[in-house]
Ligand binder design. Structure first.
Ligand SMILES: *Cc1c(COP(=O)(O)O)cnc(C)c1O
Length: 383
């Protein structure tokens, strides 16, 4: 293995699981040659569910095939279907809208808060109608949505609250972990997420045991886990892989250190970049509560120029959502005609994310920060 050159910083780490290579091979061998030949929904999956539920103080956790599927299972378990409306963020990933449409309901897009980049409860409330069944709040980049306000709104209006915490593992707000503010929360284990793995997987966490039982049933074709081939509900195949469960159990003890290293890198970026606010580059909002170190996202009007500048300096930056969801061809037909989501449009135009993963060296982090600072210096007169 050659050490990465200081001046080449990929956006995603190419060697994310390098330290765990031996463990992964041993797990594949052990499960592949095990006498039970149980490759899905076995004892490792059950243990991972118990471990993650325990960590966030949830009554139940149900492993499933992805973060996207976790959202679908929750909406279906909540009885969302044709004729229902679900309020979702106007800015974020496709599953926020797609899972609602998949369930037969209509997504109603709410604009975001311009600083947090998460859905704004004040924008969501006027969208509530007698058809509204569920509010979906999603955490974004490194900032949790305003969950106390969403919890209060959902309770006051008698709505269910889904918390898309797919990328927010490790975040807490007022002492309550990400995933625990909603009636149900989700985590994604796709490789780039903070508790990512070399495969697809997700988890539903909830304090509602009836909801958990419904999700558990729906993830495996509507069966109850006791009687095979008795299908109580129309379910899906959203099961979890034993090799991945065993690998996640192996990785779990190191999660806190990896999160701490991500937080350290974020803080380093902030020390260098927060002072650039007067020069047209806005760093993520400061403060520790309700923050989690997933992606370091800055805002600038000169986003595309910054991206080119960074590429010239060997730094790969990433633009996550260049279009708001209601402007996507797939979702535009569901968007309110004549609706406008100015903060979502702004964020889509201005956001750009810097590399952030635990195995970045301090020298690489400083190199990225130097390159961003050099850009704002050069373009100073143009602001
Ligand atoms: C990653 C992500 C998802 C989807 O998770 P998958 O495991 O990729 O299906 C959903 N919502 C948010 C906010 C995400 O970041």
């Amino acid at each position: 293995m050659t050490a990465p050159s200081i001046t080449t910083v990929p956006f995603f780490s190419p060697e994310l699981f390098e330290h765990d290579r031996e463990a992964l091979l041993e797990i594949v061998h052990a499960i592949g040659t095990g006498s039970e030949q149980k490759f899905i929904l076995g004892e490792h999956t059950a243990r991972l569910e118990r471990e993650l539920a325990g960590r966030v103080g949830a009554r139940a956790a149900v492993a499933c095939s992805s973060g996207t599927s976790a959202l679908t299972l929750i909406l279906t378990a909540m009885g969302v279907g044709p004729g229902d409306e679900v309020i979702v963020p106007a800015f974020g990933c496709a599953p926020l809208a797609a899972t609602v449409i998949d369930a037969g309901a209509r997504p109603v897009f709410a604009d975001i808060d311009p600083a947090r980049l998460t859905v704004d409860p004040a924008a969501a409330e006027p969208l509530i109608t007698p058809r509204t069944k569920v509010l979906v709040a999603a955490h974004m980049f490194s900032v949790m949505a305003d969950m106390p306000a969403f919890r209060e709104l959902a309770d006051r209006r008698g709505l269910r609250l889904v918390e898309d915490s797919a990328l927010a593992q490790g975040g807490t707000l007022r002492g309550l972990p990400a995933g625990r503010w909603g009636d149900a929360g989700v985590y994604s284990f796709v490789q780039v997420k903070t508790f990512g793995m070399p495969g697809e997987g997700g988890m539903v966490v909830t304090g509602d045991t009836a909801l958990a039982a419904a999700v558990r049933m729906l993830r495996n074709h509507g069966q109850d886990g006791v009687h095979r081939f008795v299908h109580h509900r129309i379910g899906q195949n959203s099961r979890f892989d034993e090799v991945m469960a065993a690998f996640q159990l192996h990785r779990l003890p190191g999660l806190a250190d990896r999160l701490a290293r991500r937080a350290e890198i974020s803080a380093r970026y902030s020390r260098r970049l927060a002072p650039l606010a007067g020069r047209g580059l806005v760093a993520p909002p400061e403060g520790g509560d309700g923050r989690f170190p997933y992606v370091y996202t800055v805002l600038t009007e000169r986003r595309d120029a910054l991206r080119c500048h960074l590429a010239e300096h060997g730094v790969a930056a990433h633009v996550y959502y260049p279009r708001p969801l209601p402007a996507q061809p797939a979702f535009a037909p569901y968007a309110r005609p004549g609706g406008s989501w100015p903060n979502a449009a702004d964020a889509a135009r201005r956001n750009i994310s810097l590399p952030l993963y635990p195995n970045l060296t301090d020298a690489q982090v400083e190199h990225v920060a130097d390159a961003v600072c050099a850009f704002t210096d050069t373009h100073r007169d143009q602001e």
